[in-house]
Write a protein that binds this ligand. Structure first.
Ligand code: NDP
Length: 333
């Protein structure tokens, strides 16, 4: 094998989608498995990446030539608001151990996963990779946001000092099979799917936290998986940008243009349809809304990737809902 690709966080929402794409796309195709590649999808039981020695052992065992770094402490708005220091520390430790091991083990290319949540609260829209450090993040998730922003700083420093090919990708909200459906800790789509499922099962009202008015861009996890594979294999040619411009080659991955955001109410409507819920539902305006909107531009991405089609939102949501309903007993709930 000439290429060994280690996916940290390989058992999470995005990691499982990567595994699905690699195994289900035709072998040798643009996104399918290639004969010279070995893919490793690591979980926390293969090594706790908050611990440097365990991280080194993982690298020693697999000797990766490429790393897609997804592992992180992740959660929805309410979990982020409650555990700011824990988000900060765990993610700083994970990222520092992984990136330093990539340097020590001479990994040829690393793509780490950031998030559009880490952008400044007050910033010019649409978001681009040029504005990530231009102001404090939203108060609700400053622990997670500062830890993730440091990855961009680290990538730049590793490039400057050691010439490492460390880069990142910045997805918008992700959803899909294998999500975290915990009612309090999950992101909006899996949390609402779970709530709607229970409302249908128990014959109770479906109550959506917040006003329903905030706007969001979502990306289907399997589309995101394709984009990571594209970035790993095909996207390597843009020269490093300045420090204020973020880490070298960083790309933002929204599924839709900034003029096609959806409201949380539209998401709830689609969930009601996908779950087949026939009762009425309402909005609990006493719950926090978070940032009102944070659109990102996908123009540059689309101009670079060429022929690529995102899964339509309703279709992706229906697939995700079906997976959740079929796997309720084994899902993270
Ligand atoms: P999940 O919570 O679904 O999965 C997290 C993954 O990280 C799991 O594989 C988990 O392993 C692993 N992990 C967590 N802590 C540790 C640790 N201490 N040591 C080793 N592995 C660990 O996350 P997602 O798939 O949703 O997120 C993947 C990436 O995408 C993250 O970097 C996240 O910040 C980013 N992102 C996610 C978005 C979203 O909407 N979900 C939006 C934008 C960015 P285990 O299964 O063993 O617990």
């Amino acid at each position: 094998m000439s290429t060994v690709i280690l996916v940290t966080g390989g058992t999470g929402l995005v990691g499982k989608a990567m595994e699905y794409v690699i195994e289900n796309e035709p072998a040798g195709s643009r996104f399918g498995k290639r004969p010279d590649e070995k893919w490793i999808f690591a979980s926390s039981s293969d090594g706790d990446l908050r611990d440097l020695e365990q991280t080194r052992k993982l690298f020693e065992k697999y000797k990766p030539t490429h790393v897609i770094h997804l592992a992180a402490m992740v959660g929805g708005l309410f979990k982020n608001m409650k555990y700011k220091l824990t988000f900060l520390r765990n993610n700083i430790l994970i990222n520092d151990n992984v990136l330093h091991s990539c340097y020590e083990f001479k990994v040829q290319k690393v793509i780490s996963c950031l998030s559009t949540c880490v952008f400044p609260d007050k910033v010019e829209y649409p978001l681009t990779e040029l504005t990530i450090h231009n102001g404090p993040p939203h108060e609700s998730n400053f622990g997670y946001a500062h830890a993730k922003r440091m990855v961009d700083v680290q990538n730049h420093a590793y490039k400057e000092e050691f010439g490492c090919n460390f880069t990142s990708a910045i997805p918008t909200n992700v959803f899909g099979p294998h999500d975290n459906y915990d009612l309090e800790d999950a992101h909006v789509i899996p949390a609402l799917l779970h709530k709607c499922y229970l409302a249908k099962k128990n014959g109770t009202p479906f109550i959506v936290g917040g006003s329903g008015k905030p706007l969001r861009q979502f990306i289907y996890s399997r589309d995101l998986a394709n984009l990571f594979i594209w970035q790993l294999r095909e996207y390597d040619s843009v020269p490093p940008s300045s420090f204020a411009g973020g880490g070298s080659h960083t790309r933002i991955f929204p599924a839709v243009g900034e003029d096609e955001e959806v409201t949380i109410k539209e998401v709830a409507d689609a969930i009601v349809k996908a779950v087949g819920f026939e009762g009425s539902y309402s909005f609990d305006t006493s719950r926090a809304d978070g940032q009102y909107r944070k659109p990102a531009s996908n123009k540059k991405l689309l101009s670079l990737i060429g022929d690529f089609k995102f899964t339509p939102f309703d279709e992706a949501l229906a697939e995700s809902a079906k997976w959740f309903l079929d796997n309720y007993n084994n899902a993270r709930i």
